[in-house]
Design a protein around this ligand. Sequence first.
Ligand code: F6P
Length: 548
Amino acid sequence: MPEISLRHLASWKALQSHYEEIAPLHLRDLFAQDPDRGERLTAEAAGIYLDFSKHRVTDKTLQLLFDLARETDLEERREQMFQGAHINVSENRADLGIALRMPKESSLVVDGVDVVREVHQVLDQMTEFSDRVRSGTWRGHTGLAIKNVVNIGIGGSDLGPVMAYEALRYYARRDLNFRFISNVDATDLVEALRDLDAAETLFIVCSKTFGTLETLTNAHSARDWLVGQLGKDAVAKHFVAVSTDVARVCEFGIDRENMFGFWDWVGGRYSMDSAIGLSTMIAIGPEHFTEMLAGFHEMDVHFRTAPIEKNLPVIMGLLGLWYRDFFACQTVGVMPYDQYLRRLPAYLQQLTMESNGKRVTNNGKPVEYETGAIYWGEPGTNGQHSFYQLIHQGTTLIPLDLIVFARGLNVLGDHHDILSSNVFAQAEALAFGTTENEVRAEGVAEQTIPFRVMEGNRPTSVIMAEMLTPRLLGSLVALYEHLVFVQGSVWGIDSFDQWGVEYGKVLAVKIIPELTADTDPELSHDLSTNTLIRRYRRLKRDEAGHGN
Ligand code: F6P
């Protein structure tokens, strides 16, 4: 990373002046002057076809973006990441999600350890356990087979497992029930367990640190629920753990041999393909899980070896930076046109925003440019009946990733073609819109025309694949993991720490006893917080007084 600030680089300055040329151009003009861009501005890898032609770029824009990537040593930093350098600067750690999916016969020695060998030892342990649960040979305390698998975790210990289960439900065992408890709001646990029989229920407590208050609170309450029905001795057969911290797992009362480990070089938001994905492997089986890992790996190889000009994560990452830092876009919309991917946007929120929501560079200096965008989204076509109005005719420019599959998993009449038609239609409408004259030619009353004009010039990427499979899910997630890396690398920030989430936790731990104390405590917060706490305690007391 050059010592000089990003904004002072020649390529950044060139992009700044280039932006002045590009901003006034309309996609209608760009396509009229360069019709074959619709085929040229595409790239394909690992089962994914990316059409980025409906972006507000020319060949010159792309060249300048690639220049920026090179001037910020992207290719060198990428190679450092793949070799296990400590790219997580503030925690002095490697971040090696790519090792989780490297083939068994490969090896990668980091800090003197062959991490691939360790990864496959855990995968073998996961496979053996998953097979026992799926075959019914793993028996609960009363001798019954497991029918319910309940994952307890939050953040990366929940979002990945939930997204993967929902995305791959088509491939999952339908005679097993999967539930996911994450929120410390008791409602999450109560509703998840309400209809379950403890004798048939297995809990997977997922926590990299095994110190997250929400997860431990839920895990203890789940254990109380189980012990209440089956007695203390039942815990061993109904609880397993996924963590990096053996001591804390054993302290909770889970046997060491029922723990599936992972490592500090696996970031929580990069962990769905680690043992954190145990619930996924039980749901879809070890073979499908292996296919998912192969998809991750295929995209890894593409990212590591493809020229940056044809490199999907590089192209998507740089386009995101183009809108973030030059068009001043605040958000990116991810709209998967597949109901099984309905939790993908939520998953991507942590992956992108916890990674790149940073304000200092790796050198500890405040950034002088915008960094991580706000990611959000809903499956299509539902979003079209909710917020697409703003995307089409609002005053905020929102670049979209539209995800579409050529074949749906549930074939029913024309449903899939109707669904897919919307992807192509939305991308076309957003790009080209309708002019005043076109609306007038439709016979629209003069006074209504301004309301009907669709400005267009709103950019989209269309990401197309043949079908949603475990392999494709792996490729797709790896695509986003690596575009996050690309952006963090150019911005010169640490995409792998998350100090911003720690302070709130510290304050909350201090406030808990102020809420639970029998007598009103001395409070030393600001007047707003003190007043809120006092009001909360009074309302809670009044409710108790009403005997509700
Ligand atoms: O949100 C903060 C965070 O540390 C995430 O990075 C992580 O995925 C989540 O909390 C859960 O952490 P753990 O897996 O250690 O319980």
